[in-house]
Design a protein around this ligand. Structure first.
Ligand code: ZN
Length: 293
């Protein structure tokens, strides 16, 4: 079986009420990424944050984060695109990544493409109410085609994201049309907690994705669980040949004693070793995904 690619999803927009180890500042992000690399991660996914944890939408801050990460380790860099308003024009949404790609010190390796649209209102089940009722994460086919061209044109690897089977079907259509080149990398976003848009973070939720997936050696898949713990799925994913994306951005892991991102990565790497699957380095990941430029 191919080597396991572990990605550290270090912060998203997580706060620190439960787990204080969520990195926010560029220096914290760079140090956390290096610690995750040492523990076995090949990719780091991050969102730029202000000193108080608020989202930072500043391209300069993204550049500062990336140059810090690059100076501290060889981990592959996967920033979010979502640092402009979601209703912005496609050129604007992908523009920062494209301009960062021109500078070797601030160049990302991946840029994400969420392969469809969905409601992202949060539902508070305990109180029986929605927190909002009109948030739509909108990614039209035309927008995604623009992203695919811009990302490939900038020499970056598109990172396909699927929230449900419809997103996966859209991703497969892009592969068929060669709008995205094989080998492709596809992340299944399971969602526990308040976001209802993904399959639940259960074996059954993951199986619903996998049962629909063609047997395509040019398609590598990974899994995260936004809003819930994922350690319970790690063995299943490792044995099924998938890859793993995990971190404090998705869940605080308070029920596991509030570990750091690197501690979570080390747990996954240890399971892989126990189950007889080697962990990929960043360079091995580049080779598996044909990213050498
Ligand atoms: Zn993210």
């Amino acid at each position: 079986m191919e080597k396991l690619i572990i990605e550290a999803r270090i912060n998203e927009y997580a706060m620190r009420e439960v787990n204080s180890k969520v990195p926010w500042t560029p220096a914290e992000i760079a140090q956390d990424a290096a610690n995750c690399r040492a523990a076995g991660a090949a990719i780091v996914h991050f969102h730029a944050r202000k000193d108080n944890g608020a989202p930072s939408h500043d391209a300069e801050t993204y550049g500062e984060c990336i140059s810090g990460i690059r100076a501290a380790s060889d981990i592959l860099v996967h920033p979010t695109l979502g640092f402009v308003a979601l209703d912005a024009a496609p050129q604007e949404r992908v523009g920062h990544v494209v301009s960062l790609a021109k500078d070797a010190a601030r160049r990302p390796d991946f840029a994400p493409m969420d392969m469809g649209s969905t409601n992202i209102d949060r539902y508070d089940a305990a109180k029986g109410r929605f927190r909002t009722t009109d948030l739509i994460y909108k990614n039209s086919t035309a927008t995604l085609r623009h992203f695919a061209q811009a990302i490939a044109g900038a020499g970056l690897k598109p990172y396909l994201v699927s929230w449900n089977i419809g997103f996966t079907r859209q991703a497969l259509a892009f592969l068929e049309l060669e709008w995205v080149a094989r080998p492709a990398f596809l992340l299944f976003v399971l969602t526990d907690g308040e976001v209802l848009a993904g399959h639940p973070g259960t074996p059954e939720g993951l199986d619903a994705h996998l049962n629909q997936l063609p047997d395509d050696p040019g398609l590598h898949w990974s899994v995260c669980n936004f809003g819930g713990e994922m350690l319970g799925l790690v063995d299943k994913i490792i044995l099924a040949g998938g890859h793993i994306a995990i971190g404090l951005g998705d869940h605080h892991y308070g029920e596991f004693g509030c570990p750091s991102n690197a501690t979570l990565i080390a747990k996954v790497a240890a399971r892989a070793q126990t189950l007889g699957r080697d962990v990929a380095t960043p360079q091995e990941t580049r080779e598996m995904l044909a990213m050498d430029r």
